[in-house]
Design a protein around this ligand. Structure first.
Ligand code: COI
Length: 366
């Protein structure tokens, strides 16, 4: 239980109401099976929206409406002028609510925005949106120790009507939250991956390094192809030569070899905030961090392989199927020791059980 003092404007079915500070109101957690949550959508109470019109952003609107009225000629619908983010919110061991790496996600959204010509969401506005939406949905922040988290999905959409190819005149920046469990079944459990050479998720000099919807739509073909053959995740190679490791369908690729943390450098992979954080933790643990092209022929020499991202966290990949052969890593069907250490350290930072020495947590006062 905790006390909250919301001071927000809400609109429920179009009726806007000023909610005054209610110091006595207690946050009773939602009645959910927190430890059983899949990575799926659970309806929460509010989302937050900002509208961009005539060259400026509006103030925040906090609404219970899950739907978004939009002109049918919106460029996000036709030309995919859309970018998004994913970040997680946790309850710490001492009962605080913290968001992980808000600023990094805000910067990454700006980077995506520059590439698809949407206006930039100022970092402070992004932070304000996260704080507002979490405060308004405090009862959905999973309790400490359940393994679940509150996933925030910020998105920017080109909405002003336009038919010719070009950036929209109007935009919506929206953040919704939903409580989630592990992306892959069982959490920190090994999965097997298939190298898909038949399809690409991104093109050289395209937007593979940005978090835009089109990359994920393009990746569906490979993802479904892999699943049909029994692989929960697929690994893409670089689209030009099909020689270097790019990334998994949902997340970045990391490998452990001796004391090295190895992750691909490529112009067509997403700049994962989780990967960046893990590389920093690895460096802090005395490991050598290698960010470089990774030839697929090298996989034979890796001790451990992981799929890393906000949703995937670290998912150990203990088998990679490539050209008719299985390459195995880790410890049978158990995660290897280094990934286990990295997972443990990252998890503990996020729940306040280990020192936040890099300043990654943004505390949200409820
Ligand atoms: C994330 O990890 O936050 C993503 O957006 C990946 C998506 C496939 C769930």
């Amino acid at each position: 239980m905790r006390r909250i003092a919301p001071k927000i404007t809400v609109s429920v079915k179009g009726i806007r109401t000023r909610v005054k500070a209610m110091k006595t109101m207690k946050v009773e957690k939602a009645n959910l099976e927190w430890s059983e949550l899949p990575f799926g959508y659970v309806r929460t109470d509010f989302n937050v929206r900002y509208h961009f019109k005539d060259g400026r952003w509006s103030d925040a609107e906090v609404t219970a409406d899950e739907f978004l009225p939009m002109h049918m000629a919106a460029p996000c619908l036709h030309y995919g002028q859309e970018a998004f983010e994913g970040l997680k919110i946790f309850e710490t061991v001492d009962g605080r609510i913290v968001a992980f790496r808000v600023e990094e996600n805000a910067k990454r959204l700006q980077r995506s925005s520059e590439r698809i010509f949407t206006p930039l969401v100022p970092i402070e506005m992004f932070r304000e949106a996260i704080h507002r939406v979490v405060k308004a949905n405090a009862r959905f922040v999973p309790p400490y120790g359940t393994g679940a988290s509150l996933y925030a999905r910020p998105l920017i959409l080109g909405t002003g009507a336009r038919v010719g190819l070009g950036p929209a005149e109007e935009y919506v920046f929206l953040v919704f939250v939903t409580p989630v469990g592990p992306y892959y079944k069982g959490g920190f459990k090994a999965v097997k991956a298939l190298v898909v050479e038949e399809y690409d998720r991104a093109a050289p000099h395209g937007v593979g390094d940005c978090k835009v919807g089109g990359n994920y739509a393009a990746g569906l073909r490979g993802e479904i192809y892999g699943k049909q053959q029994g692989y929960p995740v697929v690994l893409y190679l670089d689209p030009r030569e099909k020689r270097f490791v790019d990334e998994f369908s949902t997340s970045n690729f990391i490998a452990i070899k001796g004391n090295s943390y190895i992750t691909p450098e490529s112009e067509s992979i997403l700049q994962s905030v989780t990967n960046k954080s893990l590389a920093q933790i690895a460096g802090d643990m005395g490991m050598k961090v290698e960010r470089r092209p990774v030839d697929i022929a090298e996989i034979e020499s890796f001790d451990e392989v992981g799929a890393v991202g906000t949703a995937a966290v670290i998912t150990p990949v203990n088998t990679i199927h490539f050209r008719g052969r299985d390459y195995t890593f880790g410890n049978g069907d158990q995660p290897g020791p280094v990934l286990t250490k990295l997972y443990d350290r990252l998890s503990k930072i996020r729940t306040g059980e280990a020192e936040d020495k890099f300043g990654w947590l943004d505390e949200i006062t409820i």
